[in-house]
Design a protein around this ligand. Sequence first.
Ligand code: PLP
Length: 398
Amino acid sequence: MATSTRLLHHAYRPPAEFEAPAPGVHKASTVFFPNVAAMRARDWKDKSAYTYGLHGTPTTFTLEARIATLEGGTHCVLAPSGLSALALVDMAFLRAGDEVLLPDNAYGPGLSLAEVELARWGIAHRRYDPMRPQHLAELIGPATRLVWLEAAGSVTLEFPDIPALVAVVQAANAARAQCDPGARTIVSALDNTWGAGVAFAPFALGVDVSLQALTKYPSGGGDVLMGSVVTRDAGLHRQLLLTHMRLGLGVGANDAELVLRGLSSIALRYHAQDRATRALAGWMRQQAVVAQVFHPALPGSPGHAHWLRDASAAACLFSVVFQPHITPAQVDAFCDRLRLFRLGYSWAGPVSLCVPYDLSAMRTLPGPHPAALVRFAVGLEDVADLQADLAQALAGLS
Ligand SMILES: *Cc1c(COP(=O)(O)O)cnc(C)c1O
């Protein structure tokens, strides 16, 4: 045989027993089968065998098992970004004529997905006040099939009463089953990116599905995009898995490797960033020019009592509203003066970030919704250096 052929069909097989801290990085579109019978018999859905790169490799199966463990679930599917994981949940559980309910403070691109893409497929959506479970109860109708939850809320970090919201969904399902035992139930899905499986156990609070942008804490590097959808329910997982297959959602082995590498230190990073964030949020609240600081662990921040009851840690985010005499242009200039806090969106990485938001353009329920709010994401720099950076930028405001 020619060298080109011998290089491809080489007889050498490395010994099987290789163990090291990092799991191997297995790359494949093509997967080989020893014979036709195996080709026909292999099932990837229960993870008992490999059939095709999109259906899973040792690397992605390993990451899925670890993310399921992190969240206290039993099944996991991976998607190429947090947003694609949101879209997967929508597409797995909704069809034309259905309605999805989202919290008014949901992750913005997830809202826009419902407003534009789902609407094009004949799926309606409405936004509920996450701090009023009664409002969710009022909005649930016969077409409701999916209820999104987010804790804490995007940008304003209100911490909702998750068990109360889940109870509303469960009561609606019970009432529906009484009228028609075969009726499709409403799925409750939590965007758990903020809690990351560290701050609280999502399934202990009753949700059916927990989603994460692995882009944030599990990666921790600010250098990879990925999402996950975890359940404890085999039926829901199967729906997700089949939709996932038909949409062709896959993740690259090198990206899965990066997330596996970050995942080993997630608890250490989460708690270290939590400590630094509380210190900085508390310090900001003492500044005369600051009107309000949003952080669930601060007494007075919306939903603080729920956070205290249901969570044991808080993420690296806090948001600040300045006194009314500070103009949005001054707030922009404040952000531009920051040196260690870089301007950027994706958080939970090593570098601290800030983003100015205009809430009046983001919320639909009655306010107040300040036109200038700054969200900070605290990274892994020294807290005293970060505080000094905030102080020098604040000095320019007075
Ligand atoms: C970042 C984020 C997402 C989306 O994740 P990407 O990987 O950036 O698509 C979804 N939900 C929340 C709460 C997020 O913070």
